[in-house]
Design a binder for this molecule. Structure first.
Ligand code: 5GP
Ligand code: 5GP
Length: 268
C-alpha cells in the first residue's frame, strides 16, 4: 500500500515538474521591418558587423500577444539568452572528432545523433550553424553601435521568447520566426503589384492590397518618418496562432502612429 502511494506521488511530482508554464497569450505578432525605413530617419542606423543586409524585409520579432491588446514580457529571467544555442561554429570540428558536446544547443527533439566513422557526430551542430547564418541574413540588427546581432536576438528572446516557453525553446523560437517570414515572401508580393522600394509614394490601400494579394494575409502597416518628416513604410504585423505554426486573421490591431495615405517606400 505504502509503495503504491509513493509511486502515485512520484507520478504527480513528475507531472508537475515536467509541465511548461501555462500559456498566457492568445496569438503571436510576427513583426517585419523594412531596413530602408529604419535607416532613413534622423537618428540613422548602423549596419551589422557582417555587412549591409540584403534589401529585403527583416524580422523584428515574434511576440506573444493577448486578444485584449496587452502582452506578457520578460517572463523567465532563469532562461536568459544563451548564444551557444544559435552559435556553435568554432567548436564544430571538435564535435566532429569526439562525442563531447561543447555547447548545449543540442536539446529536445532537435537533437539527433549519428554514429560517424570515428565517433559520434552531433547533427544539430550543423543545423545550429545554419540558424546563425540565417539569423544574420534575415534578422539583422540595424541599431547603433554596430554589433553581430546577438544583442538584438538576446533582447527579443528575453523579452518576448521566454513568454512562449510552453511551445518554444530558444532554438525553435528563432527557427519558427525564420520559417514564418520565409513563407510570406512580402517583398515579391509588393513588387509584383508595382509597389517598389524606389523612394516612390503609395497609398495604404495599395500596400495592404498588394500584400494580401501576394501572401494571402492582410498585415497591419506601421509607419515612421524620414529625415524630412515624410511618412514611410516601416513595419508589418502579421498574426500567427497560439501554436506558432499558422497565419491567422489578426484578433486585434497593434497600436501605432497613423500612416496617412501618402506613404514613401524608400530604397535600401
Ligand atoms: P522591442 O523591445 O520592441 O522588442 O525591440 C526594440 C529593441 O531592439 C530596442 O532596444 C532597439 O534598440 C533594439 N534593436 C536592435 N536592433 C534593432 C533593429 O534592427 N530594429 C529595431 N526596431 N530595433 C532594434
Ligand atoms: P479601416 O478599418 O476603415 O480600414 O481603417 C480605419 C482607420 O485605421 C483609418 O484611419 C485607416 O487609415 C487606419 N488603418 C487601417 N489599416 C491600417 C494599417 O494597416 N496601418 C495603419 N497605420 N493604419 C491603418
Amino acid at each position: 500500500m505504502a509503495a503504491r502511494l509513493s509511486l502515485a506521488l512520484l507520478f504527480v511530482l513528475a507531472a508537475v515538474a515536467g509541465r511548461a508554464a501555462a500559456q498566457d497569450y492568445d496569438f503571436f505578432f510576427l513583426v517585419l521591418q523594412w531596413p530602408g525605413s529604419y535607416c532613413d530617419t534622423k537618428q540613422s542606423c548602423c549596419y551589422p558587423k557582417s555587412g549591409k543586409p540584403a534589401a529585403d524585409f527583416g524580422i523584428h520579432g515574434l511576440w506573444p500577444n493577448r486578444n485584449d491588446g496587452t502582452y506578457p514580457q520578460n517572463c523567465n529571467p532563469n532562461d536568459e539568452f544563451d548564444p551557444s544555442k544559435v552559435r556553435c561554429d568554432p567548436i564544430l570540428l571538435l564535435a566532429l572528432v569526439s562525442s563531447w558536446s561543447p555547447c548545449r544547443c543540442c536539446s529536445g527533439s532537435a537533437c539527433l545523433r549519428l554514429l560517424g566513422f570515428r565517433s559520434r557526430v552531433t547533427l544539430t551542430h550543423w543545423q545550429v550553424s545554419d540558424l546563425m547564418s540565417s539569423l544574420r541574413a534575415k534578422w539583422p540588427t540595424l541599431a547603433c553601435p554596430s554589433s553581430d546581432g546577438l544583442t538584438f536576438w538576446g533582447h527579443e528572446w528575453d523579452k518576448h521568447g521566454t513568454c512562449a516557453s510552453d511551445i518554444f525553446d530558444e532554438h525553435s523560437y528563432f527557427q519558427a520566426a525564420l520559417s514564418l517570414r520565409d513563407q510570406l515572401g512580402v517583398l515579391s508580393a509588393l513588387t509584383s503589384a508595382g509597389v517598389n522600394p524606389d523612394g516612390g509614394y503609395y497609398t495604404l490601400g495599395q500596400i495592404k492590397g498588394a500584400i494580401q494579394q501576394g501572401t494571402g494575409f492582410l498585415p497591419f502597416v506601421e509607419c515612421n518618418r524620414d529625415e524630412s518628416g515624410n511618412s514611410q513604410l516601416y513595419q508589418l504585423y502579421f498574426c500567427i496562432n497560439a501554436s506558432g505554426d499558422s497565419f491567422i486573421e489578426c484578433p486585434v490591431s497593434p497600436g501605432g502612429r497613423a500612416c496617412g495615405n501618402r506613404i514613401e517606400f524608400p530604397a535600401f
